[in-house]
Design a protein around this ligand. Structure first.
Ligand code: NDP
Ligand code: PHD
Length: 369
């Protein structure tokens, strides 16, 4: 099968590099275009980027020229599938330009996550929300659209919560995070601030987690999302860990559940099985019953970085149950999340009619039974 050509906006950053790593041998997609800021445009990628990952930068990618960050600046044909890894302010300006040019913009940034007609999606949790793209004006005019994935801490959290919400309902939750430094991009948090230290503040993070969980676990209601009716309180902290966000969660359920019932809900959670999506892990949520797991260094690469590891399930004297969840912030929490969204869009035919006006009848068949 011929691979579809894709582009990466923000290709030189921490998430952009993960996109390159995950796309390098992807069976469905091939990198054909890379863009970053004006500082990088015109340079060879290998010169513009400080490669920080532990696999080598592929030679053919290092030799590619970084393009200007506008659709019309492309030498040759602009790929119609754009993975975007831009800071929110820049994304707010640039992503609509690419959607208006008929591209599927598969975004990591928070800029449009809470917009009423923009899907905020983790495929195992709410793939049916992708139907919202049909309400976007870019879709009607030239076929383009924006799809987003959540904040990296919200992703691990909702993977653990979705099986509980489905079976028991969630009334409220309290979560406290320990977030890796790679979450702040490169160069990110100064070493003198973080070494031997914990910083109990990440700008806007608690607000984003709280509101995104409501949308992710919400229900499609016509052409909008009815938010989950639950109270969410988040504390977010930066810790001296390279990759992997750890979260301590206490949850109040609507229906009482035993420990065995909760473990079964996680174990049996396999909404994408049978879809054969290259980036989907066999087990999206894995429980480890060792007393001292999950740990970022030991567990972040489970399921090739796409599995959320849960552990330490025990009764909570304030709410009902408490547990710990860990997920890789730049794979499951960013580039891998966007890639999985693109794979679902490919499977459901939503990457076919880009660059042409689209009849807005919802064609998407939800991939979840
Ligand atoms: N790191 C993480 O764990 C996660 C990050 N995200 C989100 O993903 C996005 C990217 O984050 P991250 O990779 O960490 O950030 P980085 O700071 O590491 O990278 C930013 C990227 O944006 C590019 N850029 C900056 N200005 C412009 C511009 N005007 N036009 C085009 N490109 C520009 C940079 O290019 P240049 O090199 O030329 O400056 C670089 O490629 C952010 O919205 C972030 O919040 C989401 C989930 C997790
Ligand atoms: N702020 C997160 C990463 C991130 O970029 O989040 P968002 O995509 O919501 O801006 C962290 O520091 O770990």
């Amino acid at each position: 099968m011929e691979r579809r050509k894709v582009g990466i906006l923000g290709a030189t950053g921490m998430v952009g590099q993960r996109f390159i790593q995950l796309l390098s041998n992807h069976p469905w997609f091939e990198i054909a275009w890379l863009a970053a800021s004006d500082r990088s445009a015109g340079k060879a990628y290998g010169e513009a980027c400080k490669w920080k990952l532990d696999t080598p930068l592929p030679k053919h990618i290092a030799a590619m020229t970084v393009q200007p960050n506008v659709p019309e600046g492309c030498t040759g044909e602009l790929p119609k599938i754009i993975f975007a890894a831009l800071d929110a302010d820049i994304a707010r300006e640039l992503e609509p330009k690419f959607a208006a040019a008929g591209c599927a913009v598969i975004s990591n940034s928070s800029a449009f996550r809470m917009a009423a007609d923009v899907p905020l999606v983790v495929p195992e949790v709410n793939a049916d929300h992708l139907a919202l793209i049909n309400a976007q004006s870019w879709r009607k005019q030239r076929g383009g659209y924006i799809v987003t994935n959540p904040n990296c801490s919200a992703i691990g959290l909702v993977l653990a919560l979705k099986p509980l919400e489905e079976r028991f309902g969630i009334e409220g939750l309290f979560v406290s995070t320990m977030q890796a430094v790679s979450g702040a991009g490169y160069p990110g948090v100064p070493s003198l601030d973080i070494l031997g230290n914990v910083v109990p503040f990440i700008k806007n993070e608690e607000e984003k987690m709280q509101e995104e969980v409501g949308k992710l676990l919400g229900k499609v209601d016509g052409s909008s999302i009815k938010m989950l009716d639950a109270k969410v309180s988040a504390h977010c902290n930066r810790v001296a860990v390279e990759d992997g966000h750890t979260e301590c969660v206490s949850v109040k359920l609507r229906k009482k559940a035993t420990r065995e019932e909760i473990l079964a809900a996680w174990r049996e959670f396999a909404p994408l099985s049978g879809q054969h999506l290259p980036t989907a892990p066999d087990q999206p949520v894995e429980y480890d019953d060792a007393v001292d797991r999950p740990q970022p260094r030991l567990d972040r690469m489970r399921g090739r970085g796409m599995t959320a590891t849960v552990g330490r399930l025990r009764e909570c004297s304030l709410l009902d149950w408490k547990f710990v969840v860990l997920s890789h912030n730049t794979i499951r929490g960013a580039a891998g999340a966007a890639l999985l969204n693109a794979e679902v869009l490919a499977r459901t035919g939503q990457l076919n009619k880009l660059g042409v006006p689209v009849n807005t009848e919802a064609k998407l068949q939800a991939v979840m039974a």
